[in-house]
Design a protein around this ligand. Structure first.
Ligand code: ADP
Ligand code: ZN
Ligand code: ZN
Length: 663
């Protein structure tokens, strides 16, 4: 017998199937998905890999498999999925297989697993890419150092003892790397283990309202009939989507099946997990990147052994080894984090659809602002759509006002806060309520805008904002390459107040402190959120210590529930309108609706002030009444006219070459 083997190696040249002879005495053990060690090239040590096929003849095989491991590592279905992904996403099969293995098993030291999980925690102190460069340039030479760093690049955040065992190094190696500034060793980090010290109050299912009931009945039918279907629950925040998820999962468990729930990484908070705990108790596994490799391994085992019936996790939880899958739920389905921005660049939403089909179970997508493509597919009848128009508890949607920053400038106010926002904040302080100031920093300093009329330089061919390249003093379209010199006067109104945009949360904080010296302020952005000082802790502090003002970027937008926040100020809505992406307008609309959703989530009515230079832009105009339908109609027409998805597919092709060496 012959085996088709894939090597566990990321090199592109090795993304091939190699044939090996299966020695007679190992035929019993040879099956698809088994992990093997094989001789390869001139290397003296055996390489590890996986059997992905078996056959009776082979033209090429001339070497024997060295060893076949006993344990089952990956099932045949997953091998099929990995092959498919490798074709669809242009990556190595082995890279896809790694996503489906128990965390930590990708490394060579398989049997040295550590169960004692106390003490120091290790993180990379630099970006993956920086470390990669340092290794490639030969600046980090020692094998042991490279092993540790490579391991951390794949599994950031791990207990020191685990790392020492998995990478087979001593503690002194870690100390050296820390001294050189490549890693951080942090003692006693408080983990987000959902089950420790939790006194879980059970809650009872709620009686569904009519809209919820229609949705529930529609999807539950497919659960009962073991039928694949793709469903969209389109409902404003607070309309009771999560309650429907819980009820559907309840039915899935009754039928002795299991569930996967995907949520955006950043909204995977303890509060969110608590709701599942309260309803279902401890049959839950949580998977996300802030857990150590060992903790993720434990969660993985709980799933494999069938102790966990519901898996809640970020994007990669779609690969959890769940048997008898009865439903897949993707909350906030429009969120960008479902698409991986690292190799393999998979889209968890597409894979979820494939996996649901394979398992004959429904897929449920939920959002208040669905992805334009998802909504289009629901219009075309490819996705069943259920609409929830009303909030499920007695709270109402906030009142949203637009502030025209051009007029503010005309009045001579050059501050980041308009007069109107200032007054609203004072009023809010008087009522002892909390305020969130939101500054969308994506896209800042990269585009050019006229402060008088709001004009932004765009590519006439692609309708995408031109990106400012400071070094060459040029504006360039990132889609088609069109470029033009930097403009000093506005082509639309001839003003010379045209410049690239630059304002940050730090500047905003300074301004706010100056204006309101006796108010407490807390800031949350990439600078203040570190691995030690998590985004969770900042938000808890804001909530528990009743801090007056929270200043933040995207991170404040998702999933949190602050009962005492009744005012949200958006500093400049325009910044994200101008990122160089055809989805810029869609993202802006989604973000504005979501930020608005942070205000007045309980009985007190919320107010939202959106400051903008483009009050007439349709994303901003329609976000005022949170009117997704109107927004969708405008956006889909434009997409059709400009031939953007869903009316085409866009493929990004990147050319890379090795650094040229002069001899
Ligand atoms: P979403 O997921 O759409 O944001 P949730 O499911 O979180 O909405 O519901 C918002 C609030 O309304 C929650 O506090 C929830 O407990 C409550 N709720 C949901 N459905 C009902 C219902 N049928 N009856 C009473 N309260 C409900
Ligand atoms: Zn262009
Ligand atoms: Zn102008």
């Amino acid at each position: 017998m012959f085996a088709e083997v894939i090597l566990n190696n990321n090199a592109k040249a090795l993304n091939k199937i190699f044939d090996y002879i299966v020695p007679d005495e190992q035929i019993e053990k040879a099956h698809i998905g088994a992990r093997v060690f094989v001789p390869f090239g001139r290397s003296k040590t055996l390489e590890d890999g996986f059997i992905i096929g078996l056959k009776e003849t082979s033209e090429f095989a001339n070497k024997e498999i060295g060893k076949i491991l006993d344990e089952d590592y990956i099932n045949e279905k997953n091998i099929k999925l990995a092959k498919l992904m490798s074709r669809k996403y242009f990556c190595n099969i082995s890279e896809c297989i790694k996503l489906m293995l128990a965390p930590g098993t990708g490394s060579k030291e398989l049997n040295n697993r550590v169960t004692d999980k106390t003490g120091n925690f290790v993180y990379l102190a630099r970006d993956n890419e920086e470390i990669q460069d340092l290794i490639e340039e030969g600046k980090i030479k020692t094998d042991k150092h490279i092993r540790v760093l490579k391991f951390l690049m794949e599994n950031d955040g791990i207990y020191a003892v685990e790392l020492e065992a998995l990478a087979d190094v001593s503690h002194s190696v870690l100390k050296t790397l820390e001294k050189n500034g490549y890693i951080e060793i942090i003692p006693n980090v408080i983990r987000r283990n959902p089950f420790i010290n939790k006194d879980i109050k059970r809650d009872e299912p709620k009686k569904l309202n009519d809209e919820q009931q229609i949705c529930f009945d529609g999807i539950v039918k497919d659960i009962d009939e073991n039928k694949f279907s793709c469903n969209l629950i389109y409902g404003v925040t607070g309309s009771g989507k999560t309650e429907i998820y819980l009820r559907l999962i309840d039915r899935v468990l009754e039928r002795r099946k299991n569930a996967i729930v995907l949520v955006p990484e950043i909204s995977l908070t303890p509060q969110m997990v608590d709701r599942f705990l309260a309803r279902f108790g401890e049959c839950i596994a949580v998977l996300h990147s802030k857990l150590s490799v060992g903790e993720r391994y434990d969660e993985w085992q709980k799933i494999l052994e069938g102790k966990a019936k519901i898996v809640i996790g970020a994007r990669s939880a779609i690969f959890a080894p769940v048997k008898d899958l009865g439903i897949i739920i993707i909350d906030e389905e429009h969120d960008m984090s479902y698409k991986s921005d690292m190799t393999p660049r998979y889209n968890a939403k597409d894979l979820a659809k494939y996996i649901a089909k394979e398992n004959n179970c429904p897929l449920v997508l939920g959002s208040a602002t669905p992805d334009i493509v998802t909504f289009y597919n629901s219009e075309m009848g490819q996705i069943n759509r259920y609409t929830l128009r009303n909030r499920a508890n007695e709270s109402t949607l906030p009142e949203v006002k637009l502030v025209d920053l051009r007029q503010e400038l005309a009045r001579g106010n050059r501050n980041m806060l308009s007069e109107e926002l200032k007054l609203e904040m004072e009023e809010n302080f008087k009522n002892k309520k909390q305020t969130i100031l939101f500054l969308n920093r994506r896209g800042f300093s990269t585009f050019v805008m006229c402060r008088d009329c709001g004009y932004t330089a765009k590519c006439s061919r692609c309708n995408i904002s031109l990106t400012y390249h400071k070094f060459e003093n040029k504006l360039r379209c990132h889609y088609c390459g069109y470029e033009m010199p930097f403009i000093k006067t506005c082509p639309s109104c001839a003003s010379n107040k045209i410049k690239y945009f630059g304002a940050g949360t730090q500047k905003l904080e300074d301004e706010v402190k100056l204006l309101f010296p006796d108010k407490s302020v807390i800031r949350m952005d990439i600078d203040t959120v570190t691995k030690k000082n998590s985004h969770e802790e900042i938000l808890n502090k804001f909530k528990n210590e009743n801090i007056d003002i929270l200043i933040g970027t995207q991170m404040v937008v998702k999933g949190h529930h602050f009962p005492n926040v009744t005012l949200v100020g958006v500093i400049v809505a325009d910044s994200s309108l101008n990122i160089d992406d055809y989805r810029a307008v869609e993202r802006t609309f989604q973000t504005l609706v979501q930020v608005s959703g942070r205000a007045g989530r309980e009985k007190d009515k919320g107010r939202v002030l959106i400051q903008t230079y483009n009050p007439d832009n349709y994303a901003i105009e329609f976000s005022k009444n949170q009117d997704y339908d109107l927004f969708y109609n405008a956006e889909i027409d434009l997409r059709k006219m400009l031939k953007y998805p869903p009316f085409c597919d866009i493929i990004l092709i990147r050319f890379v070459r090795k650094r040229y060496k002069w001899n």
